[in-house]
Design a protein around this ligand. Sequence first.
Ligand code: SF4
Length: 351
Amino acid sequence: MNYPHNIYIHVPFCISKCNYCAFYSVACGNPDWDKYAKDICNELKFWADKFGGINIPTIFFGGGTPSLMPIQVFEQIMDCLNQFFVIDDNCEITLESNPKTLDKNKLADFKSLGVNRLSVGVQSLNDTELQFLGRKHNVNDALILLENAHNMGLRVSADFIYGLPMHNVQSVIYLCKAINKLGLKHVSMYELTIEKNTPLGKMNLKMPTNDEMADMYNAISDNLILPRYEVSNYAVLGEECKHNQNIWMGQPYIGIGRAAAGRIFVDNIWYEEMGNFEKFEKIDDTTRATEKIITGIRTIRGVMLSDDVANQINFDWVKKHNDLIVQSGDYLHATPKGMLILDNIILDLIK
Ligand code: SF4
């Protein structure tokens, strides 16, 4: 009997390229959707042939801009998923969306085909900032989509970006208070990072310092009414993204489509997989345990100290740094101070 696997499906097309974007995505008015759907279904069939009809607890359509998909293309992919796998009755099916690409009717179609969670790229509640970021929607477009999704009974999440050159602690507090009024149950708050070969990377911007960014990060947890459950994610208890949580906890997942990565667990062996059949290689248990630490320690609950994980932890270092990392029961988690410097401490935490 093979293990359940979560599924991530990458949709690499966007209406235009945002000014900060370094993700793999193509700004493409009219992609070859038939070829895309065929390629995705071929990949799904490949894994189904390998595993048999395994259970699927979550499916996440990420991008790129999945909401750009014509509904017939989405239907074809859902048909393949239903044909090849056993989709759990309570399977969480998330669709990432750009407010410019999704009206009420199309959203209702996505819902009727199984989507039960919508992630909306709101990014800012200020139209000038949205223009600076190169987003093609305005605040009103985003608010209408949030409301439509909410009224349809979908679980809703909104993404925001903070740490823009014009931001300071006060503007982040103002943003959090405005978000609080939206009544959302899940929010992701991402720090703006400037990547070299992007329009923002070429603008020689004066960005907030690391200390200022840290103050903004702390201001978010102080002012957002939703509690933080991962470095960048905030939710009412029970409204967390199940897909991401499963992956952060170390469950296996299949990445479908170019630029998607997966971790497959079959016959007690872990494999690293790249979508589009680009890679399928065994990974040793130590590497896999290290990955679990890196993702688990970013969550408020922390990383579970299963035997494979515990073997990789430098407990002597942990004892001397209990202002940064602490153990509670079977979990090891970062303190608020540790959360701010996770990238630095991870090297010391792992043997
Ligand atoms: S919508 Fe997302 S993936 Fe597409 S260009 Fe903008 S940031 Fe990149």
